[in-house]
Design a protein around this ligand. Structure first.
Ligand SMILES: Cc1ncc(COP(=O)(O)O)c(C=O)c1O
Length: 391
């Protein structure tokens, strides 16, 4: 494929590209340049919640880009204000800061926590093994996996990583000096690993005891994907800071830090900012994303279709216990752990017209558009069954 050769020539070698050239996308489907149609079951890694070429999103982008594409954050911009208002209304939180990506939202959350803790003796940030928070140095300082960290040392000071779902390790790690605990309630890149209810309860108890901030990384799990606005809503916790990104801008780069009362007055003019963050075109798309997901039933669909997919995958686990060791997750954020590496299955599925992602070597990761229908779920489960029969 000529494009692959040119890619190898021109780019830093950071991405392992799928050998597929896409012409266009529509709904849950991608169409390759050779005319083949693919059902996309991982939706641009959880970005394309409303699928491709959503008419509401394309219209909002066209309309806003005719008004203005960029002004700078010196100006009041109604798409930003409207989107922030929707986030505040639906989340029950009080403040929003818009950035451009997930990792940038994580960095901002670290900065807010540091500001909050400056002067009160709290400094240490606790995170968990197997986490993924992004690629910037603050995010990497909270991650333990070698493949992301190796060669980038030294990392930031006052970060401590403890065992995921290990309540005893957490209890041993937090104390009066703990500034914040940063957590994906459902680890995404790490293989769709949810926090246990007991662990979440212990975390909440420790937070009350020591008064640290709880930061939920909802970049992959947030905005309706798990059948609730945020993944942490499957637990009895209320984080102080929530970070979202991926689906928020309808495919345009947009992230947000959403803060509760504990941190609402921490920032003042000039202490944090961004040139592009809260781009008005991205925010105009985001308004459509939130409207569809929260007001027009798409989140309900995610919950219902998630149940159907989970049941289908659990059925496969029963049929093929030698191949499938576990099915886990919430809503349309599901993982199927195999007893072998999953890339072969991904390739075979692609040959059958379905796109899926494998993470952490053995976990098939299902992150379809939230508008997916029963027939798409059944098709995916059916094709997986056919493939498993050949293995
Ligand atoms: C949970 C989580 N946090 C942070 C990030 C980083 O987001 P971005 O790639 O937009 O910087 C990701 C991206 O996959 C993620 O899944």
């Amino acid at each position: 494929m000529e494009s692959l050769e040119r890619e190898a020539a021109y780019f830093f070698h950071t991405y392992k590209r799928i050998p597929l050239e896409i012409e266009r996308g529509e709904g849950v489907y991608l169409f390759a340049k050779d005319g083949r149609r693919y059902l996309d079951m991982f939706a641009g890694l959880a970005v394309n919640a409303l699928g491709y070429s959503h008419p509401g999103i394309t219209a909002a982008i066209a309309e806003q880009s005719r008004r203005y594409i960029h002004l700078s954050n010196y100006y009041l911009q109604d798409p930003q204000i409207q989107l922030a208002g929707m986030l505040v209304k639906h989340s029950g939180y009080c403040k929003v800061f818009f950035g451009n990506s997930g990792t940038e939202a994580i960095e901002g959350a670290i900065k807010i926590a540091r500001k909050w803790g400056s002067g009160n003796g709290k400094a240490e940030i606790v995170s968990f093994t197997n986490a993924f928070h992004g690629r910037t140095m603050g995010a990497l300082s909270m991650m333990d996996r070698k493949k992301y960290r190796e060669g980038y040392e030294p990392f930031l000071d006052n970060f401590r990583i403890v065992g995921f779902n290990d309540a005893q390790a957490l209890a041993g790690a937090v104390g009066p000096k703990t500034l914040a605990v940063v957590l994906e309630f459902i680890q995404g890149e790490g293989g769709i690993c949810p926090v246990t209810t007991e662990f979440a309860d212990d975390l909440e108890r420790l937070r009350k005891k020591f008064g640290f901030l709880l930061v939920a990384d909802e970049i992959q799990s947030g905005i309706g994907r798990t059948g609730t606005l945020f993944g942490f809503q499957h637990y009895r916790v209320t984080p102080d800071i929530v970070v979202v990104a991926k689906p928020l801008g309808g495919g345009l780069p947009l992230g947000a830090i959403i803060g509760g009362p504990a941190v609402s007055e921490v920032l003042e003019p000039g202490v944090h900012g961004t040139t592009f963050g809260g781009n008005p075109v991205a925010c105009a798309a985001g308004i459509v994303v939130l409207r569809e997901i929260l007001d027009r039933g798409v989140m309900g669909n995610a919950a219902a279709m998630g149940k159907r997919l989970e049941a289908g995958l659990k059925g496969l686990q029963k049929e093929f216990p030698q191949l499938v060791s576990e099915v886990r997750g919430f809503g349309l954020m599901l993982g199927m752990e195999l007893t072998r590496e999953g890339e072969t299955v991904v390739t075979k599925l692609r040959d059958r017209g379905i796109l899926l992602n494998c993470t952490n070597e053995k976990v098939l990761r299902f992150l379809p558009p939230l508008i997916v229908e029963a027939s798409h779920i059944d098709e995916t489960v059916g094709q997986l069954r056919e493939i498993f029969r050949t293995l």
